[in-house]
Write a protein that binds this ligand. Structure first.
Ligand SMILES: O=C(O)c1ccccc1NCC(=O)[C@H](O)[C@H](O)COP(=O)(O)O
Length: 222
C-alpha cells in the first residue's frame, strides 16, 4: 500500500525540489504570519509554479477572511485548501463552494471528546487532517511537533480520506501508520533542522520510512 505524504511549511525552491524528488504527494504552504514557516502570496506563487506535476499544492490558512482567500486563490496555482483554525462546518462548506477547490479541515485531537468533531467536519470537507490539539498557550494552532495518543483513532474510519499529523518523525512514522491504519501522513517540525528550516536528509528519511511502512502493511498474496 502506498502511503501518501504531505510535507508542510515549505519556503524555498530547494524545499519544493527535495520534497518532489523524495516522492511526496502534497506540498504545504503556510499563510499564517506568526509562523516561522510563513510565506507571502507572491512567494507561494513562485514555489507553486516550481512544483512538478504530481505534487499537489496545498494552501494552509487559519480563520482566513475572504480578502486573503480571494488573493491566494487568484494568485497561487493550488490543488487544495487546508483550514487550520476554528472554522465551523458551515464556514468550511462556504469556502468549499466559493473557491471550487478540495478542502481539508484540520481537527485537533487530545482525547476521545474531540472525536465527534471529526464526524461533523467529515460531512462537509473533502479530507480530514487528524492532528494533535495545540496547547492552549501555543502561538501556533498547528505545526508544534506534538503527537497525540494514536490509539484514539486506531482503526477509525470517516466518510472522506484523512491524514494523520502531529509530531511525526522519520523514527515514529512507521509505528503511527501501523497503529492507526493511516494511508496519508503529514509532517512539518519532524523534518526540520530548526523552526522553519526544512532538512533534505530528514525529508528523504521520512519518505523512506513512510513508504517502507506502507509496504509492510500490505497483505501478502500467495
Ligand atoms: O506549521 C505551522 O507553522 C502552522 C501554523 C499555523 C497552523 C498550522 C501550522 N502547521 C500545521 C502543520 O504543519 C501540519 O499540518 C501539522 O500540524 C503537523 O505539524 P507537526 O507536528 O509540526 O509535524
Amino acid at each position: 500500500m502506498e502511503i501518501h505524504v504531505k510535507i508542510c511549511g515549505l519556503r524555498t525552491p530547494e524545499d519544493v525540489a527535495v520534497v518532489a524528488e523524495a516522492g511526496a504527494r502534497y506540498a504545504g504552504f503556510v499563510f499564517f504570519p506568526k509562523s516561522p514557516r510563513a510565506v507571502t502570496v507572491a512567494q507561494a506563487r513562485s514555489l507553486a509554479l516550481a512544483a512538478p506535476v504530481g505534487l499537489a499544492k496545498v494552501a494552509l490558512v487559519v480563520d482566513a477572511e475572504e480578502a486573503l482567500l480571494d488573493e491566494i486563490c487568484a494568485t497561487v496555482p493550488l490543488d487544495m485548501l487546508q483550514l487550520h483554525g476554528r472554522e465551523t462546518p458551515a464556514r468550511v462548506a462556504q469556502i468549499r463552494a466559493r473557491y471550487g477547490l478540495p478542502v481539508m479541515k484540520a481537527v485537533g485531537v487530545a482525547s476521545a471528546a474531540d472525536l465527534p468533531a471529526l464526524e461533523a467536519y467529515g460531512a462537509v470537507c473533502d479530507q480530514l487532517l487528524v492532528d494533535a490539539k495545540a496547547p492552549k498557550d501555543s502561538v501556533l494552532p498547528g505545526g508544534n511537533g506534538l503527537a497525540f495518543d494514536w490509539r484514539l483513532v486506531a482503526g477509525r474510519r470517516w466518510p472522506v480520506p484523512w491524514m494523520l499529523a502531529g509530531g511525526l518523525t522519520p523514527q515514529n512514522v512507521a509505528e503511527a501508520v501501523r497503529l492507526t491504519g493511516a494511508r496519508q501522513v503529514d509532517v512539518s517540525s519532524g523534518v526540520e533542522s530548526a523552526p522553519g528550516e526544512k532538512s533534505p536528509e530528514l525529508i528523504r528519511a521520512f519518505l523512506r520510512a513512510a513508504q517502507a511502512a506502507g509496504k509492510a502493511s500490505e497483505v501478502p498474496r500467495f
